[in-house]
Design a protein around this ligand. Structure first.
Ligand code: ZN
Length: 202
């Protein structure tokens, strides 16, 4: 009887130690900001469970889908094929996110120059390259919508010496797909009913 009670005490002590360790870990998570990281991964994990967007907003305003010349899989020297679409516009034209999602990468690479990657529903990654500059105040982990400016059209990376354009890529979990069939024209800013009434008065 006495032995059993002693055993219980030991077990309780062990349990309280486990709780103490958990409490310290939780405290450290909050202090170091790692809880934000966990929250971010939880949000991204939730995005993965959703079905991918079937309609993407044109990343550049005032450009229609018709104006994009299809260069998907066009040969690009050294055996490479074009894994996306190029959308031409004046240098400095704002680039808007084509989807809702989270920024997962902002950085430079040899081919893409200055790039931004956004993860959207279904874990698809949307890749924006050759940026002249990044939008101010964008950070990795930021939530974005189709109204978020990511950066500005340029010629960085291997686009140097070409007319300024956005390279837009869409990556599924198994590889790149053609963004063009998914792209849809942005609706021009709508005139509100009040403005319309005012116009009809004038
Ligand atoms: Zn390209």
């Amino acid at each position: 009887m006495e032995v059993l009670r002693l055993g219980n005490m030991r077990w309780l002590k062990r349990l309280s130690k486990v709780f103490a360790v958990l409490a310290v870990m939780l405290f450290l998570l909050v202090v170091t900001g790692a809880s934000d990281t966990l929250l971010f991964y939880a949000r991204v994990a939730r995005l993965y469970t959703r079905s991918p967007d079937t309609k993407l907003a044109m990343p550049l305003e005032n450009i229609s889908k018709k104006e994009v010349a299809d260069t998907w899989q066009a040969p690009r020297g050294d055996g490479r094929r074009h894994e996306g679409q190029d959308i031409f516009a004046a240098r400095g034209t704002p680039i808007l996110s084509a989807t809702n999602g989270y920024i997962i990468k902002i950085g430079e690479n040899n081919l893409g120059g200055q790039t931004v990657s956004v993860v959207g529903a279904g874990g698809r990654v949307y890749y924006y390259a050759h940026l002249d500059s990044y939008a101010k105040n964008i950070h990795v982990r930021d939530r974005v919508t189709t109204r978020t400016v990511l950066g500005y059209v340029g010629t960085t990376g291997n686009a140097q010496g070409t007319p300024p354009h956005l390279h837009f890529g869409v990556y599924t979990l198994t590889g790149a797909i053609n963004p063009l069939p998914l792209l849809s024209d942005r609706v021009a800013p709508t005139v509100t009913r009040r403005q319309r009434n005012q116009l009809s008065v004038l």
